[in-house]
Design a protein around this ligand. Sequence first.
Ligand code: 5GP
Length: 193
Amino acid sequence: MKLLEDRIKEDGIVLDCEVLKVDRFLTHQIDAHLMHEIGQTFAQSFADLGITKVVTIEASGIAPALYAAEVLGVPMVFARKTKSLTMNEELLTSEVYSFTKQVTSTISISKRFLNHTDKVLIIDDFLANGQAAKGLVELCQQAGSDVVGIGIVIEKSFQTGRALLEAAGIPIKSLARIKGFVDGQVEFLSADA
Ligand code: 5GP
């Protein structure tokens, strides 16, 4: 997605540890117009699959997931990383190791919001080693829901996440695919590579 790649080139900051900081438009300050375009693109990519829910993980997956859900006309559900006092019902839970925070956390979604009739589109801000997406797939599987696709805003293709998810047989659409970081600059794979 050219608009996104241009924005990454303009505003993304490559950190030493193979992490891209995109807090000017995605992970802290959010560009609503860009999120609208991202939501449209995901919705078009996964149209006609009978999606009934968009599922993501807090916090930075919420914006792109919400815009996609609006276009698809379905609810968006986000997994929580910490348990809230108000979550006093039965939960779907999974363990996720965070690439950026380097801690394992238990993510959860209330059982009331996913069930065996749901066809789910999972959306997240980044794909690195695939642990967040895998945890979300596990939550959906516990509910008996069918995961029909995964939409990723920024994929770091030099890490192992795509291979992990492809092995699970789930179609993936990444809007920007990063080949690597060279001298602090981002290099992209071509859209269909
Ligand atoms: P994974 O679970 O695929 O290893 O990592 C994906 C998660 O880690 C995303 O939900 C995102 O929050 C975070 N993440 C991974 N790589 C990056 C990165 O380069 N930049 C930022 N801002 N977050 C990342």
